[in-house]
Design a protein around this ligand. Structure first.
Ligand code: 3H9
Length: 711
């Protein structure tokens, strides 16, 4: 009899032995599941009445694969590979019925079965590469036997799941089921026995093709951009090549390669980011709710770039949006911009015109602030000006039911001060969207001193609705990301320019490190004036000693705003995006350095990278000790999902841990001696370095807590 409290249940339906995986939330193949399945298989094959075994799953997916949490310790119970051996060698046929997702080890489990059925909505994939892992439970050996080496290599390198129909056409599944999967699978099993279909071990198949060098380089080339700076792909190629060996040899090669990948820094970093992204949305002292408030209608005040992007983000998530602006012309412009943004997505084949029509029909405009009253939440996205924003928030507060959330979209202003412009500061918080708001992954949720936990809980739900990765930040200048960018990373990049490096050298060095774009190219893309405006807000709150962005601010003064004006740190020809060195900028930098008595010299790429990254890490530590961020892993999420820090290095704080904090502190002292007092290690960094500890340990020791607002 089946026991519903177990991760695996076993039932006999006539001569069909049915094994069901039931391990929420994702049916990960942990020890309990592997043990349960091994026991169920023993029971099924020991019973002569059982003629066929069916493997199914409870919940919405077949299985998300191996339990990633088990990778850090000693594996207990039967391994997945042992379980697969039992399945493949079973005396009766074993059938997998796949619904939802079959990923990684989940798909590999199905590959070891003798027959595979997939519901038409199912998706099948080997996403291990996204975690720096080479599929290690036969994926690189059985998949080529079923679909060929070339197709297998493509699937493993892309990491993206394929549809059931695609899987059928490739020969990965035997049948696609349109109706009820369970009933159809039982029928299939009965028919199989009736037809005398026996076990069909995948290992006995011959791989139909070999990987030659041209196929390999074409496949690697197709994913070169996504896999820039990575190494797992080379291991994948090695493992798939081994599929043409006899199975026992090939599987041994795979095991050795998979273990190597699991132990790599790259994989540790990628797994760290995977869990950090899931952790960031959990904040203690914020109520876990059994039901969430409805977010069906959203009011956005301000039809500028941010307002438009946020409107698109909600429309994409199926919500109705009222875009409010007192300027009728701004609303018309906004409609055109939104249409043209969607049109370019249609042109690139990303969405269909019907979808666009549906989405745009959800966005309406109004010139009256009172239109906000029927919305579930209101987001203020007017120009970045304290007085203007205060006025809008105060008006919103009086027009909008007092229990509903009011967010302000700002990257610089004090949420506490803005909240105090209303009679209900508990319901006011910051939502820092990144440009373009409809496509960017990160959302910083900023808590002011009076923001209530309930408001934060609603904002976390809003992030889920938008499918964005949320990180809660305290209310300090620049929050988490911009503070680290301005005071750490970009500031040091400018300092290096003054000392003698060129913009192209700094950018190339950091791109080589793994950033998609170096700091100067980023400034030119976003607009140097944007940074200058941010700093003007900063100087209203705090001061910074000279030289602090003297180059970027002078470029703004000169109208060299970046790509949009064809000149910035670089020259751009004919509206193009190619950043060309500009001798005028070189001269300007030399003058600014001379005025400050900074001696210029040749600077090596290694120093550029070291100083920029150490500065970033150090301000990250400050952000943590000030309580602006509550977890080092949150800082990593902000930088990998919002600022282009290479994911395979795990984010700045994880990267610091891999360098060793004692080393990091030593190098900061070194630069302090060489360059002066602005290179002072953060207290937290010195403390952890002194204790031979790490940011990861610091995270572990601390309870989850909402960052306390900065004093
Ligand atoms: C593998 O299989 C190796 C083999 O080749 C070789 C082995 C020898 N393990 O993402 P969500 C947790 S490598 C443990 O928020 P969604 C997750 O942490 C694996 N836990 O939901 C979260 O926990 P919490 C290859 C896992 O609906 C909860 O489940 N497989 C795992 O947005 C919900 O997750 C992959 O790379 C796991 N494998 O997305 C797939 N997966 O609630 C990795 C999830 O405590 N997983 N959790 O925060 C995913 O891509 C997504 O989680 C998935 C669901 C698409 C499945």
């Amino acid at each position: 009899m089946s026991d519903p409290s177990k991760a695996v249940t076993y039932d006999e339906l006539g001569f069909v032995g049915k094994i069901r995986i039931d391990n929420p939330p994702v049916n990960a193949l942990n020890r309990e599941v592997r043990t349960g399945m091994a026991e169920a298989l023993t029971q099924a094959t020991a019973n002569p009445r059982v003629k066929v075994v069916l493997i199914t799953s409870a919940g919405s997916m077949f299985s998300a694969g191996a339990d990633l949490k088990e990778f850090d310790g000693q594996l207990a119970g039967p391994s997945l590979q042992q379980l697969q051996e039992t399945i493949e060698m079973a005396p009766v046929p074993v059938v997998a019925a796949i619904s939802g997702l079959a990923l990684g080890g989940g798909l590999e489990l199905a590959l070891a079965c003798h027959y595979r059925l997939a519901h038409k909505s199912a998706k099948l994939g080997l996403p291990e590469i996204t975690l720096g892992i080479v599929p290690g439970a036969g994926g690189t050996q059985r998949l080529p036997r079923l679909i060929g080496s070339r197709a297998a290599l493509e699937m493993i390198l892309s990491g993206a799941p394929i549809t059931a129909a695609d899987a059928k056409s490739k020969g990965l599944v035997d049948e696609v089921i349109e109706g009820d999967l369970h009933d159809s699978a039982i029928k299939f099993c009965k028919q199989l026995v009736h037809d005398g279909g026996g076990p069909r071990p995948t290992r006995d198949l011959t791989v139909p093709d070999r990987l030659d060098e041209s196929v390999i380089s074409e496949a690697l080339g197709a994913h070169a951009r996504a896999l820039r700076g990575r190494t797992t792909q080379t291991l994948v190629v090695e493992a798939v090549k081994a599929a043409t060996l006899p199975f026992a040899q090939g599987i041994a090669v795979e095991a050795a390669i998979a273990n190597k990948s699991l132990a790599s820094r790259e994989s540790l970093a990628l797994r760290h980011v995977f869990f950090a992204e899931r952790e960031s949305g959990k904040v203690e002292a914020v109520p876990e709710r059994s039901t969430q408030p409805e977010i069906e209608r959203v009011a956005i005040v301000g039809a500028g770039t941010m307002g438009n992007g946020i409107a698109m983000a909600f429309a994409d998530a199926g919500r109705s949006v009222t875009l409010i602006d007192n300027d009728e012309a701004a609303l018309t412009r906004s409609r055109d911009i939104i249409r043209s943004n969607y049109a370019s997505s249609v042109k690139r084949g990303r969405i269909r015109q019907e979808t666009v029509d549906e989405r745009t029909s959800r966005i309406s405009g109004s010139t009256k602030l009172s239109a906000v009253s029927s919305a579930d939440i209101a987001i203020e996205a007017v120009f970045e000006d304290m007085d203007l924003k205060k006025r809008v928030l105060s008006d919103l507060d009086s027009l909008f039911p007092s229990e509903r959330l009011i967010a302000t979209n700002t990257s610089t202003l004090s949420i506490t001060e803005l909240g105090r412009a209303t009679a209900h500061p508990g319901r006011v918080l910051g939502l820092h969207f990144f440009v373009p708001a409809h496509a960017s992954k990160l959302l910083e949720i900023v808590r002011g001193k009076e923001t209530s936990s309930d408001t934060i809980a609603t904002a976390l739900h809003v992030a889920k609705v938008l499918k964005k990765i949320a990180v809660v930040s305290g209310d300090g200048f620049g929050f988490i990301g911009n503070r680290m960018m301005l005071d750490g990373y970009f500031r040091e990049a400018e300092q290096l320019l003054l000392e003698g490096a060129s913009p192209q050298q700094v950018d190339a060095a950091l791109e080589q490190f793994g950033f998609a774009m170096g700091p100067q190219r980023v400034s030119d893309l976003g607009g140097n004036d944007v940074g200058t405006k941010v700093r003007l807000q900063l100087y209203k709150r705090e001061s910074r000693p000279d030289p602090y962005f003297v180059i970027a601010d002078r470029l703004t003064e000169l109208g060299r705003l970046g790509q949009k004006t064809g000149r910035g740190f670089y020259r751009y020809q004919d509206g193009g995006r190619d950043a060309l060195p500009d001798p005028e900028v070189e001269k300007l930098i030399e003058t600014l350095a001379r005025e400050r008595g900074i001696a210029r010299r040749k600077i090596g790429d290694e120093e550029i990278v070291e100083r920029c990254i150490l500065a970033l890490i150090n301000v990250g530590a400050l952000v943590l000790e000030e309580g602006i961020a509550s977890r080092a892993s949150d800082v990593d999420v902000v930088w990998t999902s919002g600022y282009g820090f290479p994911r395979h290095l795990g984010g700045p704080m994880f990267y610091a841990d891999t360098l060793g904090l004692a080393h990091v502190a030593r190098r900061i002292w070194h630069y302090q001696e060489k360059l002066g007092p602005y290179w002072r290690p953060a207290g937290l960094l010195e403390k952890l370095a002194g204790e031979n500890s790490s940011f990861e340990q610091w995270d572990r020791q601390r309870k989850r807590a909402i960052p306390t607002p900065a004093a």
